[in-house]
Design a protein around this ligand. Structure first.
Ligand code: NIG
Ligand code: FE
Length: 423
């Protein structure tokens, strides 16, 4: 006979709830005042959802240990929600270690791109790769992310730039969703670059007339699940008008708008996203003051990517200005062949040191706000009754060690739990 409850984590020195009033996102004040229980316990039911969380003495008295499949004594340890990575490009073949060397020697991201490298290099190899090989490498990367504490991750297509390969990538993501415990939010990013030999207008036409209609067919047949639509809105890539028409068409298919904007040049992507009701815009290194104001008003989340600014030596995203303006700030690893980082603890560390966020702000950005950016804040991103039992148990008495110990997460993360199962 199965027990009534799946998991009890008891007597944790700290249980970091993040929030406790059903908030769907936090802005500056909330991020600075995270909800934390000292000496707490948490109960996950047989459906994988959180049934109780609170002071250890109350929870321990209410639930008999005999009714649990598993009990973890977390004395001297901390419990946090699983981390949420709001931006990754994890499906690709080949690597670009040679380009890292070029960039260290002074080439910019766009120098490499214009010379036919960068995204184009990865597109060639990904088009040629078998789906089974892409799935193998994707699975390895997702397992690395899990070990680093990520329990919900956004995964983009975007190294096909034509129907067949874009679908192949989305199907590979779908297969990973079926076979791995990590939660996935999938994104169609057919407008990640203009394919070689095509103009922006031709590429846009192909997306609107060929790729999106096929996506619609597969989605309504139930053979493919896609959650978001993305475009790389950038000078020399997709301009504002083509970005608008692609995002609008995606929205009509029911996809959340979540795109790359204002990264290398100010493009007014922020204003466009706010106008279209985008859930999130990523990068924003070059966002203007007006862009910040419009995103704050529209509640469009900023997904900041500290690894990209670090590797490409870009100006840092203006996290402090965004927080002061009341924006919803989230974080992502931007894992891709340019920024090879699977670790949200490292991302939070960089956000603190380079973007001047505090540790509580960075944790909120990598949990509830990243979940908001993916439209999942009602089920993920905090430890509240009714949400998924996705959590981390850290072998330390203060949760801040996860950010403070640069690269120390491998030792610190004792258990990663998804829906009450240790994975
Ligand atoms: O978010 N900026 C565009 N896309 C990715 C990079 C993808 C690549 O270089 O392969 C990014 O950084
Ligand atoms: Fe990206």
């Amino acid at each position: 006979m199965s027990n009534s409850y799946r998991l009890l984590v008891k007597n944790a020195q700290q249980v970091v709830l993040i929030c406790s009033d059903g908030e769907k996102y936090l802005t500056k004040l909330g991020m600075q005042n995270l909800s934390v229980i000292e000496n707490g316990s948490i109960v996950i039911g047989s459906d994988g959802l959180i049934k109780a969380v609170g002071p250890a003495e109350t929870v321990n008295a209410e639930f008999s240990e005999a009714t649990f499949d598993k009990v973890i004594d977390a004395s001297g340890m901390c419990v946090l929600p699983g981390l949420v990575d709001a931006h990754t490009h994890p499906v690709w073949a080949g690597d670009r270690v040679h380009e890292f060397a070029m960039k260290l020697a002074g080439a910019t991201y766009m120098d490499v791109h214009r010379a036919g490298g960068g995204i184009h290099f990865t597109v060639e190899r990904t088009r040629a790769a078998a789906a089974s090989d892409l799935l193998t490498s994707l699975s390895g990367r997702l397992v690395r992310m899990l070990r680093a504490g990520t329990t919900l991750v956004e995964c983009k297509s975007g190294y096909g730039l034509e129907l067949q390969t874009e679908l192949k990538m989305l199907q590979v993501i779908e297969e990973a969703r079926r076979t791995l415990p990590i939660n996935i939010s999938s994104t169609y990013c057919g407008a990640h670059a203009v394919p070689k030999g095509k103009t922006v207008a031709e590429a846009t036409e192909d997306i609107l007339q060929v790729q999106l209609p096929r996506l619609r067919e597969q989605m309504s047949a139930g053979t493919l699940r896609v959650d978001n639509i993305d475009v790389f809105c950038e000078r020399g890539v997709f301009d504002l008008d083509s970005t608008r028409s692609i995002l609008q068409a995606g929205k009509e298919l029911g996809l959340n708008i979540n795109f790359h904007g204002d990264e290398l040049h100010p493009m007014n992507s922020a204003q466009l996203g706010a106008e279209l009701g985008a859930l999130a815009i990523s990068h924003l290194e070059e966002v203007t003051d007006e862009g910040i104001t419009s995103m704050a008003e529209a509640k469009t989340a900023a997904v900041l990517l500290p690894t990209t600014a670090y590797i490409l030596r870009l100006p840092q995203p203006r996290a402090r200005d965004m927080l002061e303006a009341g924006m919803i700030v989230a974080l992502g690893s931007d894992f891709n062949p340019n920024a090879y980082c699977c670790s949200m603890p490292i991302v939070m560390h960089l956000a603190c040191v380079n973007m001047r966020m505090s540790m509580p702000e960075a944790l909120a950005a990598a949990t509830i706000n990243a979940a908001y950016a993916l439209g999942r804040a009602h089920t993920h991103g905090s430890l509240e009754v009714g949400k998924h039992g996705d959590l981390l148990v850290l072998n330390t008495t203060r949760w801040e060690h996860l950010i403070y110990q640069l690269g120390g997460h491998q030792e610190l993360i004792r258990y990663v739990v998804i829906k009450g199962d240790v994975v």
